[in-house]
Write a protein that binds this ligand. Structure first.
Ligand code: PXP
Length: 251
C-alpha cells in the first residue's frame, strides 16, 4: 500500500462549544487526548486574535499534552507580532500561518504570500530557527506556491474550502476542476521542495479525492469531525475518516 497522509484533528470547535457557556466543559485538551487515543497523527488548534475558541492557556496545556504523547501540535496563527511571540514561547512542533479577518466566520481564502513576502518571510525564519516546522495556508495558485517556496517555509497547506463548497452546491464539474488544480499544484509544490497538506471543509463525503492525491502528506480536519462526534462519538468519527482516507489511497 502507498504511504498514507497523516490525519491532523483540529479541536477548535470543542472550545467553541465550551465557550458557548463560558465554563470549562467540554475541555478541548481532553478532546485532544481522546483524538490521540483514537489515532490522530497530530492535533491542530487555531489561536485566533479574538480568542473565539482556543485560549492562551489551552495552547499551553495542549503543547504539554502533545509533548508527553509524542504527537505534533500544529498551531495555526495569523502573521502578527503578538502571535509570533506566543508561538516562539510555546515552541509547537508545527506552525501554520493563516490569514485572519475578525469579521469572518472561519478562515476564508488563503494567505497572500506573493504580496505579503516582507511580512511573512521573517516570521517563517524566526519560527524555523526556534524549532517549529512552518506551513503556509494558501490557495492552489502557482504564484502563491512559488512565493511560499521563496519564504523558505517547509510546508504548504492548500485551502480546500472552495472545493468543498462547490460539492455542497452540487457543482460536480467545478469540484472536479478543483481536484485537477490540486493535483497539478501538489506536483509543482513537491518539485519546489515543499511538503503538501490539505485542509478546510473536508468531510466523509468529500475527502477521498483529496486524500488520493499522491503528494498529500497530511490532512487537517476539524469542524466535520467534531460535529460528527456529537452523533457517533469522537473515536468512531476519527476511525471512519481514517478508513475513508486509507481506502482512497489504496485505490
Ligand atoms: N486547516 C487550516 C489551515 C484551517 O485554518 C482550518 C480551520 O481552522 C482547518 C484546516 C480545518 O478546517 P475545518 O474545521 O473546516 O475542517
Amino acid at each position: 500500500m502507498k504511504s498514507l497522509p497523516r490525519l491532523g484533528v483540529n479541536i477548535d470547535h470543542i472550545a467553541t462549544i465550551r465557550n458557548a457557556r463560558g465554563g470549562d466543559h467540554p475541555d478541548p485538551v481532553a478532546g485532544a487526548y481522546m483524538a490521540i487515543q483514537a489515532g490522530a497523527d497530530g492535533i491542530t488548534a487555531h489561536l485566533r486574535e479574538d480568542r473565539r475558541h482556543m485560549r492562551d492557556d489551552d495552547m499551553v496545556r495542549l503543547q504539554k499534552l502533545c509533548e508527553s504523547e509524542k504527537v505534533p501540535l500544529n498551531m495555526e496563527l495569523a502573521a502578527t507580532s503578538e502571535m509570533l511571540a506566543i508561538a516562539l514561547n510555546l515552541r509547537p512542533k508545527a506552525v501554520c500561518i493563516v490569514p485572519e479577518r475578525r469579521e469572518e466566520r472561519t478562515t476564508e481564502g488563503g494567505l497572500d504570500v506573493a504580496a505579503g513576502h516582507n511580512q511573512i518571510a521573517p516570521i517563517v525564519r524566526a519560527l524555523k530557527e526556534n524549532g517549529s516546522r512552518v506551513s503556509l495556508f494558501i490557495e492552489a495558485v502557482e504564484e502563491q506556491i512559488r512565493a511560499a517556496a521563496r519564504t523558505e517555509a517547509e510546508v504548504i497547506e492548500f485551502h480546500t474550502g472552495a472545493y468543498a463548497h462547490a460539492l455542497d452546491e452540487g457543482d460536480y464539474e467545478k469540484a472536479a476542476a478543483y481536484v485537477e488544480i490540486f493535483q497539478q499544484s501538489a506536483k509543482l509544490a513537491t518539485e519546489l521542495g515543499l511538503e503538501v497538506h490539505f485542509g478546510h471543509g473536508l468531510t466523509f463525503d468529500n475527502v477521498a479525492p483529496i486524500a488520493a492525491i499522491p503528494e498529500c502528506m497530511e490532512l487537517n480536519i476539524g469542524h466535520f469531525i467534531i460535529g460528527e462526534a456529537v452523533f457517533l462519538g469522537l473515536e468512531p468519527a476519527i476511525h471512519e475518516m481514517r478508513q475513508i482516507v486509507m481506502d482512497a489511497r489504496a485505490v
